[in-house]
Structures are given as structure tokens and as C-alpha cells.
Design a protein around this ligand. Sequence first.
Ligand SMILES: Nc1nc2c([nH]c(=O)n2[C@H]2C[C@H](O)[C@@H](COP(=O)(O)OP(=O)(O)OP(=O)(O)O)O2)c(=O)[nH]1
Length: 322
Amino acid sequence: MSHEVVPNIELTPIVEVVAAVILQPDGQFLLTQRPKGKLYSGYWEFPGGKVETGESLLYALERELWEELGIHIRYAHPWISRVFTYAHATVRLHFFRVVDWEGNLTPREMQAVCWQIPNQIEVSPILPANGPILQALLLPPLYAITHASEIGIELALQQIEHALQNGLRLLQIREKQMERDKLREFVERVLAFARPYQAKVLINSDIELARETRADGVHFTSSQLMSISRQTDLGYGLGSASCHNAEELYTAEQLGLDFVVLGPVQSTLSHPGLPPLGWRKFASLIRGYSLPVYALGGMSSRDLVIAQEMGAQGIATMRGIA
Ligand SMILES: Nc1nc2c([nH]c(=O)n2[C@H]2C[C@H](O)[C@@H](COP(=O)(O)OP(=O)(O)OP(=O)(O)O)O2)c(=O)[nH]1
């Protein structure tokens, strides 16, 4: 007879929480202040609360928004999730973006509420778990990728300028075929166009070039991603990466990148050898994921709605510039 010693491990249950990022068409979002008597009273948070036994996440969100603000959700989609350990509990926060609702939005628990603009937040303190969510709110729905080597530099620049005028705010320069000096000049010209719009420009693969040109960050290929061992290796501005599977997604999360692209969702001419994931697999790979994800592969603006319904931040596309 064996006398196995069972270690006395205290498992702390994770508290499931839903939180609503209620968005107006101009990008303003709602924060509410935790009332007196609650833990972290006075801190600002997204409306929401604990999921009760037997509830789906969406049902819990609907209940919380009705109880706290007297509104019913018309249209919401899942967004990012994150686990955070407070002294009192470990919580798994499931954030949803609520883009349409009905009812007269009124605080029903005497809590203060305010609408905020993502890059000009005026209230504090905000619950500490929410920092990355505020960062993610700064990311636009479209991540455009250049293809100047294919269409020619002058046409690419014209298209970029036009896209910036039409609201493009995030761009990756991906010119694998371009010779370094030419690429550097191209990057500088793109940056000069992008600056007045405060659009962010990331450079594919080349940290040095990003530093030299003072670009806004680096986009890592999936093979680079798997060879970077520490966060400090990134060392520069925004970091994003291309992912194709759960392992790469996990690595990007561990490295603390700012966002990822995941694909190909549909078959695409630029990656003919890779089998497409399809939306169902895409959604299951990013369920519960903590970084914002752009869907890549055969995307056009028509796919934005479905991408966001699947939990994505938005879409990434080479055609986004044209
Ligand atoms: N609602 C909400 N909770 C958040 C956010 N960020 C964050 O870390 N949390 C944490 C704080 C709490 O530990 C937990 C939510 O628990 P809670 O006590 O507010 O939940 P509840 O509204 O169901 O309140 P109660 O009935 O249990 O008093 O999630 C956020 O943005 N919104």
C-alpha cells in the first residue's frame, strides 16, 4: 500500500468578472466610480461585476448594465480578457465593447459616471487591472501594411497620404524586397506624412531601422517572435507580431507585446502555402486572450464587422491603404 503524501495546495478560485466598454461613435467611453463601502472605493472602472453561477458572460453583462445604468445591450462584442491578482482576489476580467444600447443611461447606484476620450483621460485613479485596456482603446480598427515593392514607391506614398486623410492611424512598413537605403528613405517619407495625423508607423522586423528613423515601433515576424527571449530584447516603442497558432499567441502575451495579428483567416495571395484558419478557429484561438488581435489574410473593410464580432480589435490588410 502506498502512502502518497498529497501536498496541501490552497487553490485560490478565480473570480469571473464582466466589464463593459460602452462606446459612442466618436470613440468616447464610459467610466463609473466605485461607490463608498466597496473595495477600491473611489477608483474608476468600466461598468460590470461578478458573473453569477449559471450565467453566460453576455447575460451577466446585460444584468450588470441594467442594474447599474438602466440600459439594455443592443449590440456588444467580446474583446480582450485578462487575469489580475489583487490582494483580495484573483479576477478574470472579460471586457466587451458595447456599441449600441437602449434606455436612458442613468446611474442607479449613486455612482459617479463620466465619458472619457481615450488619449485624454481626465479621471483617476483607475483600477490597476485596467491599464492595458486603456492602451488598447488607443488602437484603431485598421492596421494597414505597405506593399510599395509591388506597386511602386510613388504610388504607395500617394495611397498612404490618401488613407491618412481618410482616417488611417496604424501602419506597418513591410518591404522585404527593398534594399536598405531605399527602405530607409521610404520609411522617412512615410513618417513625415504620418506625423501630422499622429498615426503610428511600425517597421517590419528591423529594430535598428526603427530606432534610426524614430519610427513608433517594430512588427516581429512569427519566427522572430519565437526567438526573442526577454521583453527587454524588444527595447523600442510599440511591439506587435504575426501569429498563426496558439503557441505564438502565448509567446506574444508572455513578451508583453502591445498587439498581434493572427492569420491567415482566409486564403491570401501573399501567403499561398498557409491553410486558412477560418473565422471559427480564429475566434476560438483568441477567446480569453489578453492582447488586442487584428485578423489578417484576405481581409477587406467588409470583414471588419465579423472580425470584431469574433473578438478582434480589427483587421490588418495590405489593401487597407489603397
Ligand atoms: N466592474 C469592474 N470590475 C473590475 C474592473 N477592473 C477590475 O480590476 N475589476 C475588478 C474589481 C473587483 O475585484 C472585481 C469586480 O467585483 P465587484 O465587487 O465590483 O463586483 P459586483 O459589481 O458584482 O459587486 P458585488 O455585488 O460583489 O459587491 O473586478 C472594471 O473595469 N470593472
